[in-house]
Structures are given as C-alpha cells and as structure tokens.
Ligand binder design. Structure first.
Ligand SMILES: [Zn+2]
Ligand SMILES: [Zn+2]
Length: 759
C-alpha cells in the first residue's frame, strides 16, 4: 500500500519530522517526510497495509508534546513502491493548504536545562541551548517552511558536532533548526552604556552580578529587550522610573525559581503550574504580608507580576548572586513597541541603562511577555503574547470567509479568522503613532503569510478616527475586501459567546471607553446578544456622568468625581483642599466648575471605569492616571481586604444603575470608615447593581447565561460578587478563558462578529 498523508496544525518546529521518521522506520515503512511552505508536514508511506494502519494510530496518539494536529488528510496512491528507505526530504514551498502555523516561542526544556548544568556536556553553560522541544520559534521565523535558512539562525552555520546531532535520527536535536553550541551559535557580550565592549569571559554572570549591585542593564532576549535591575534597591528603581517616565506603572520581575517567588508572594497550585508551564507567562501574584521587595516595583498594588526564567541566559543571570528576583520589564519607549534591534536599543536606552547585555542573533518578530492572573483557578489574560501567539484558538464553528480584524486602539492585537481557527497576534500595543502602526502592519502581513490566509473581509472598530479604522478602510479599498465595523462592547460580548460556544447571552461589558453606535462614550453596558439576530440590544447601562474637560478627566480622576458630585453636595472647598492635584491649581478648579455649571466642554459617559476612577480619587488613592487603568487597579488593591460597610442597595430605574448615589455616599463617609471598607463598598454596589440588571434582563428574555467582559472583568471582587448573584439566580456566569478580557481580545470579537453574526 502507498499512502500520502498531509498533517495540518502546529507541526513544524516541534520535532514532528524526527517523530515521523522514527515511527515510520519502527513500522518498517519506506517513503519520506517533509515540511511544506503552507506550514504542514507531508508524508509518503509505503509498506504493509497493517503497518500503515499502526503508523497512523501512533501518529495521532504519540505525537510530540508541542505538536497540535488539526487535520490528517490521507489519499491512497496507485503504482508500485518507489522508496527503498524512509528519509527526511528537503522542504518544499507548496502553499496549497491554509490554517497551519508555526509554534510560539517555548521555554527551555528540562533536558536542555540539565545539559546547561552538566560540565561534561559540550553545551555546558551555553546560554542559548535548545532542542526540538524548546527554544525560540515565532520570533526567529522569517518565512516558511520552517528551515534554518528561513530563520535568523541562518547566520550561524553549524559546527561538525552540532551538525552530527542534527543529522542523527536518534538524537533529540535531529533536524532541530535552533541547534547551536558555544562554538557555532549566537554569542552574548557585555557593553557599557555607549555600546563599547567590556571584555569578560563570563558576560552573563557578570551581568547578573552588576544587576545585583544595583546597576541598570538592557538585556536582549528572544522577542525583544528587557530593562533589568535589582528588586530590592530603591536607588536604581527611582532612576529607572525617572528615565522611563513611569512614576507608578508596575514593573514585571523575573524570579530565580518558584521557591524564591514564595519568599515574597503567595503562589497557589494553579499559579505555580502556569508559571512553570512552557509558555512562562508573567503571573500577577498577591504580595505576601512579609513582602520584602522594594515598594517601587508595584506601588499601591496588592500584586506583583512575576515570571520564571525561560532561556539559559535568564537562568545564568542568577548563578553568582543571592537575589530572589530581578526587575525584567519590556524595553519600550513611551507608546512604542518593544525594542528588538541592537542599534535601536543603543540609541533609545543608552541614557537609561548602565550596561547592555547583547547577543548577536537578529529578532525577526518582536514578542512581549504574556501577562495573566487567576480568579478561583480560572486564567484571566491581560496580555496573550509570548508562549501563546500565534497558536490558534480552535472554535466549534467553521468560518466560510476568512476575516482579518484590526482591533481597536489601546493594548491592541490583530486577529485572523480562518476556518475554525482564530489566530490572534502577539501584543501590538497602543496604535497611536507611526512606529506602532508599522509594527501592526508587519505583524499582520507576517501572520497572514504564516497561516496562508486569503482574506475576504476586514473588520475594525466603529470609531472613525482610530488608526486601525482608517487602515481597514484603506485595505478594503485597495484589495477589494469587505469592510465591516463592529461596536466595541458588542465585539467583547460576541467574542465571549463564541469562546464558550453559546448562542445567546446577556453580556455585561465594563471598561473605560468604547465608541457607541451614535458616537456616545460607552463603558458600562448590558447587551442582549443572539447569534442569529443581527447586532445587539442594549438592555441596560450605567447612569450617564459628565466628564469635565472630556479626555482630561480620564487623566485627572478628581475631575470625574467633581462631575458626579456637582450639584449634589458642596464640593468647592474640597476641590480647593486638593488643588495640588490639578496641574493649574485654583485656576483649573474654577474652569472645571464653570464647565460643569454651563455644561460646556463636558462629555457624558456611562463608563464603569470612570466611576471607579472617581471613587479612587475621592478616597485619596489615585489623583492622576499615569498608566492605563491605574486608579481602578489601585482601588481594587485597596479593597482587597475590605468589607461592605455601606450596604447600599443598588438604585435601579429604567434599566439604569444609579452611580451618583454610591459616589456621593463614599464622599460623605470618607474618614468615617476605613479606606479599604469604603473601597470595597463601592465595588460591592456596582457589582451587585450590574448583576441585578443582568439577571433581570436574562429572566425577561428567557436567556440562561450572563457573561462579563471588558477590562473591569480583570477585577476579582467584581467577578466574585457578580458570579455569586448570577449563579444563585440559577443562571450560568461566564468570563473569558483563552482570550484577553480587555482590548487585547477586541480583534477576536470583531472577527467573529464579522463572520458569525447575522447581517
Ligand atoms: Zn530543549
Ligand atoms: Zn555547534
């Protein structure tokens, strides 16, 4: 019998050809296996029918751990057997099939880690030790098929030792494209801030020592540069914050081990498992009461983002020091993507850092670290990037048309919908300037090429001024694609429905801002959605509140507080007492009061985020937003150990939750109760009110499921409170699991609306 087998999925760069070679020879089959340009693996087997059957069973059941098989397409061939042995053939360029993809970057595996530490091994202490089961993939691949000459490893011809392993079918590095050793592979080197080399025979451990001493280093990794320093010394952290213009934004850290993490943070079983997974995400962990790292790492927050080392280089940084962890934050200039090239790093970071730890391999595609937290054992993504992208989310439904969705503006990603797979890009960032836009365009083209997708529809947000909307319009015109705009909160909720394969839902979507159907500023919406009905029905929402000075109120939450309280309680004196929190002090307060009086330069919003901002400012927790979500994140942290002292019943009228009442009560009670209890009371009021509105509308419409999406659904207190109420009412409560709940998940929502909702 002769059989041609095409395997689609994530099958290149995961040790699939070696696996096929071993399996075929074990079953005494002849033929070949090869990689193709459409990211699939093509196999020809010749031999006894029974042996071929067993081969196919093994193919499905014994596949390498990192492989994801989507389809196995077989076709019998006529004619005589042609092959005398089984061979790994040269890759070919066919692009017949679409929807397969290469793997994400994978953290160093246990075997490689052991070899890294074994003085007998030729790769002893080699910082980029990898094998077929680990190493960079997504960030080094320039084009398909996944062969060394199509990656940035092309510049490092293998030495005879590496080549021997590479060609040995019984070796773990058989056909491993990232195979390298100290002789032939990428080299690491240390320079001063000007880029002048510092000769050192052990540059990585020297870098670790410099970090421990309190120096600031830029360190090149797989997908970009990190800026690193000590986690216990205030002086370099203060310097770093000043240089990066980040007075408050939390810095992610890298801990030497799980055990070391447990000395400063609480790690439950699920969190430990996620941290140690091959994706090695940053996991937001609650600080321990005995937290001893600098308060400058994550000021005002109850948690800290921690990841474990994911390359040999990272492990070696800790070898000669006692530090439990180092700061390891993405090196990106404000509003720009993470730096990936050596020259750009020198130019942009030279004034910030004391030293650079470079390596001489190019990064083909940048990729930020992923960030997540857990709620009661559920994973909640804030950023799905390294370790996950570009692996697809597999859907129950098949798309008839391929869709490219460009997302929104902040924390953006793009998404390609192809068949039953949604490919979400790595984190792109805030698409507000040329650099990020050009990153978005290259990332999109790369993902289209990798997945071999022929787009028919391009989707984007309703906002006419978003860069992504303009780009989608241009693409549609240029390439003759269908153009589809999707409302922000609808995209979130429909994404949630699709992720859980639900036909109808009452979805609560709470965030900072999204463009409403008539240009309104939305952000606290309850939508009734049905898969077979066009669009959505907005069944309830939060009360509209005025933002004095429009967008300025987002940056200075006291403005929002003033807007909510204006006319309800006297606020002039209180504002004057807080004048130092307004850039122009008394003058500005006067203008704000005029704006509110005359309703001039005032935008109205139903945003949940803005209400939380106002409470945060009233309680003196945050007066200026220096990073996205800061006032509400700090409010949640303040509320973590609080209780509901106000016990205010949500006031609901005409499907609108009154938010003035709670803000006013908080204002009147400040100083009378502990801050944490008032912070908690605000959470409880809003969460109870939203849950009541959602359950009521679910009953009225005969819907069994309530969902929660948008940035506010990162908030543990909201989720816990709402889940209890909804489930007690006999309804299902859903949150996201594989897709970011914030705007990183927007592109996915747009793509599935464009394809699966009825138009
Ligand atoms: Zn390995
Ligand atoms: Zn070598």
């Amino acid at each position: 019998m002769r059989l041609k087998v095409k395997v689609t999925g994530i099958v290149q760069g995961v040790g699939f050809r070696p696996f096929i070679y071993r399996t075929a020879t074990a079953h005494r089959l002849t033929g070949y296996v090869k990689n193709r340009g459409d990211a699939i693996v093509e196999i020809l087997v010749e031999g006894e029918e029974n042996n071929i059957k067993n081969f196919l069973t093994d193919l499905k059941t014994k596949k390498p751990p990192l492989a994801q098989i989507h389809d196995i397409i077989t076709s019998k061939l006529e004619g005589k057997n042609e092959h005398r042995k089984f061979a790994v053939e040269r890759s070919t360029g066919e692009t017949e099939l679409s929807g397969s993809v290469t793997p994400p970057d994978i953290a160093i595996c246990d075997d490689c880690l052991r070899e890294l530490r074994n003085p007998e091994n030729p790769r002893f202490e080699y910082f980029f030790i990898t094998c077929t089961n680990c190493g960079p993939r997504f960030t080094i691949i320039e084009r398909l098929p996944y062969d060394r000459e199509n990656t940035t490893m092309r510049e490092f011809p293998m030495c005879s030792f590496c080549l021997k392993e590479y060609k040995d079918p019984m070796n773990r590095r058989f056909n491993a494209q990232t195979t390298a050793c100290p002789q032939c592979g990428p080299k690491a080197y240390l320079t001063n801030a000007k880029g002048e080399p510092i000769a050192h025979k052990d540059p990585i451990r020297e870098a670790g020592r410099l970090l421990s001493e309190g120096n600031i280093l830029a360190i090149k990794g797989y997908g970009g540069f990190h800026v690193a320093t000590s986690t216990t010394k205030d002086q370099p952290l203060t310097k770093l914050r000043k240089a990066k213009h980040r007075s408050q934004k939390p810095f992610a850290i890298m801990a030497r081990s799980l055990q070391a993490t447990e000395t400063f943070a609480e790690v439950n079983a699920k969190e430990g498992e996620l941290m140690a997974s091959y994706q090695r995400p940053i996991v937001l962990l609650n600080k321990k009461s005995s937290y001893y790292l600098s308060d400058l790492l994550a000021p005002g927050l109850h948690n800290v983002g921690v990841m474990l080392p994911y390359t040999g280089l990272h492990y070696m940084l800790f070898d000669k020091v006692n530090d439990a962890a180092f700061v390891m934050t993405s090196a990106n200039p404000p509003n720009q993507p993470i730096i990936k090239d050596n020259e750009t790093a020198l130019k942009n970071l030279g004034n910030t850092v004391d030293y650079f730890l470079f390596h001489n391999r190019q990064i083909a595609h940048r990729c930020d670290d992923s960030v997540l937290r857990t709620h009661d054992g559920n994973t909640v993504f804030t950023r799905r990037s390294r370790g996950y992208a570009p692996a697809p989310i597999i859907l129950k439904n098949h798309a008839k048309h391929s869709v490219l969705a460009l997302g929104g503006e902040l924390n953006n990603t793009v998404c390609i919908l192809n068949g039953n797979k949604a490919f979400i890009s790595q984190h792109i960032g805030d698409v507000e300037n040329v650099e990020t836009q050009s990153f978005l365009e290259t990332a999109t083209e790369h993902l289209l090429r990798l997945t071999n997708t022929k787009v028919e529809t391009v989707a984007c947000d309703l906002h006419p001024k978003f860069t992504t909307t303009k780009l989608a319009k241009e693409l549609a015109a240029e390439r003759g694609w269908q153009f589809r705009q999707v409302q922000h909160h609808y995209a979130h909720i429909f994404g949630l429905m699709t992720e859980h394969n639900i036909d109808e839902i009452v979805g609560v979507c709470c965030d900072g801002y999204g463009y409403g159907p008539k240009g309104e500023a939305w952000g606290g919406e309850i939508l009734l959605c049905h898969k077979d009905i066009h669009g959505f029905k907005r069944v309830a929402h939060l009360e509209k509140q005025p933002l004095a000075g429009g967008d300025l109120a987002t940056r200075y939450p006291l403005r929002t507080a003033a807007g909510i309280l204006y006319g309800k309680v006297p606020i002039d004196d209180w504002l004057l007492q807080n004048k130092q929190h307004f850039p122009h002090q008394e003058k500005e307060i006067e203008v704000i009061l005029q704006q509110l009086k005359n309703r001039k330069n005032v935008i109205e919003t139903t945003s949940c985020g803005r209400v939380l901002d106002a409470v945060s400012a009233i309680l003196g927790i945050c007066y200026a937003r220096t990073y996205e979500g800061e006032p509400s994140m700090k409010l949640e942290s303040a509320a973590m150990k609080g209780r509901d002292v106000l016990k205010l019943n949500p006031a609901i009228k005409n499907h609108t939750l009154n938010t003035t009442q709670i803000v006013q009560k908080i204002f009147e009670n400040k100083g009378k109760h502990a801050r944490r209890d008032l912070a908690y009371s605000a959470h409880a009021y809003l969460a109870k009110g939203l849950a009541a509105l959602a359950t009521e509308n679910a009953y009225d419409n005969g819907v069994k499921t309530v969902g929660f999406s948008g940035e506010v659904s990162y908030n543990q207190i909201f989720v816990k409170t709402m889940r209890k109420i909804v489930e007690d009412a006999g309804l299902n409560f859903l949150v996201h699991k594989d897709i970011s709940a914030g705007d990183g998940g927007l592109s996915f929502g747009q793509a599935v609306v464009a394809e699966f909702s009825r138009f």
